[in-house]
Design a protein around this ligand. Structure first.
Ligand code: WQD
Length: 338
């Protein structure tokens, strides 16, 4: 069974990807410093998988630790999730973001080369597009000035991968540009665990519905969209996890020194108000929301062109927005003991 190292594997997308890897016959090994995740995730994984997922606690920037993991395990591939990812926070402490997100990738690539490990799937983001001029957005769309230091670290990491592969290190890489991951595992054993006040829409919606937050503010309804609120491509985390397995399988078939980038979204856009209405439908309860001012840095609308990921990776999103919201709500009810 092939060992796949998942850095940040106790996180939201990482943990769901660990499940998808096991279900596809791989053996995930988690490296996580638990700075933005909880050890309870490992218990949740055991409940879903009926077995422990081997894990190491530590920082990807710790080269000695990463080297130890490669020495102790025959690693076949890496999925590199570990990064600081709060857009707003990145504007307040940019140096932490540049140091953590860039150096951790450099450490992984250097240790991969030392041990002759070839395959890496890198967690990138649609944020590299900024506000695209044309929609749905294509991978060939020129990346724009990043809206945040977080987004810039993703652009820089993509460039590092391209330059590294050009140097012919006998490594193969795929970058996956995520759109907006939402939802949770249907078992409600794992899901999104925002620390503190959620920045993202869906955890704020579910916490409001659970009575943790008094109301949700819709950030602006004066955009040039069907109902004035922003449009995003909301993708179920199970679909996103599956895309990582498909990317790994595709990568294993490529020649050395291969690199490519793929959008991973549903290919559909929904407005914030459409999300609110869909949530009220699946939860069968009214959501207390008000319209407020725009949030600085928000782009108006973005959703993915998914032709490339559909055709080359043989992957397409299976879950609907309502499926995702239903699973998010079930997870929130489990967290809140409702
Ligand atoms: C979605 C929409 C808000 C909260 C960010 C990162 C992106 C990725 C996903 C990491 C926007 C609106 C939100 C609220 C609201 N993260 N909203 N009220 O900003 O599209 O993407 O998270 O890779 O890189 O940029 O996601 O969930 O914060 O916002 O009206 O209380 O919901 O204005 O239109 P976003 P989001």
């Amino acid at each position: 069974m092939k060992n796949i190292l998942i850095t940040g594997g106790a996180g939201y997308i990482g943990s769901h990807t660990a499940v998808a890897l096991v279900e596809s016959g791989y053996n995930p090994i988690i490296l996580d410093d638990f700075s933005n995740s909880e050890k309870g995730v490992l218990k949740g994984l055991k409940k879903i998988l009926s077995k422990d997922v081997k894990s190491y606690e530590g920082d990807c920037n710790n080269k000695a630790l990463v080297d130890k993991i490669f020495k102790e395990n025959e690693i076949s591939g890496i999925i590199h999730f570990a990064a600081s990812k709060a857009v707003g926070e990145s504007t307040q402490i940019p140096l932490k973001y540049y140091s953590n997100n860039i150096n951790s990738l450099l450490v992984i690539l250097e240790v991969m080369k030392k041990y002759g490990v070839k395959n890496i799937v890198f967690s990138s983001s649609c944020t590299v597009y900024g506000q695209p001029d044309h929609l749905p957005v294509l991978e060939s769309t020129p990346r724009k000035e990043a809206e945040s230091p977080y987004g810039n670290t993703k652009k820089i990491c993509e460039d590092i991968l391209h330059d590294h592969i050009k140097s012919k290190p006998n490594t193969k890489a795929i970058g996956l540009r995520y759109f907006n991951p939402i939802g949770a595992h249907p078992s409600a054993e794992i899901g999104e665990l925002p620390l503190g006040v959620p920045a993202n829409l869906i955890p704020f919606v579910t916490q409001t519905a659970a009575g943790i937050r008094e109301k949700i503010t819709v950030f602006g309804n004066d955009y040039n969209t069907k109902d004035g609120t922003c449009v995003r491509d909301y993708i179920h985390v199970l679909d996103l996890a599956d895309a990582h397995v498909k990317a790994l399988e595709y990568l294993e078939k490529q020649e050395d020194n291969f690199i490519d980038i793929f959008n991973v979204g549903t290919g559909n856009g929904n407005t914030v108000l459409e999300v609110v209405q869909a949530f009220e439908k699946v939860s069968n309860q009214k959501l207390n929301y008000e319209i407020g001012p725009r949030r600085p840095g928000d782009i108006e609308k973005v959703w993915a062109n998914t032709d490339k990921v559909n055709n080359l990776l043989g992957w397409t999103a299976k879950y609907t927005l309502e499926d995702s919201l239903r699973d998010s709500w079930n997870w929130q009810k489990k967290l809140s003991g409702i």
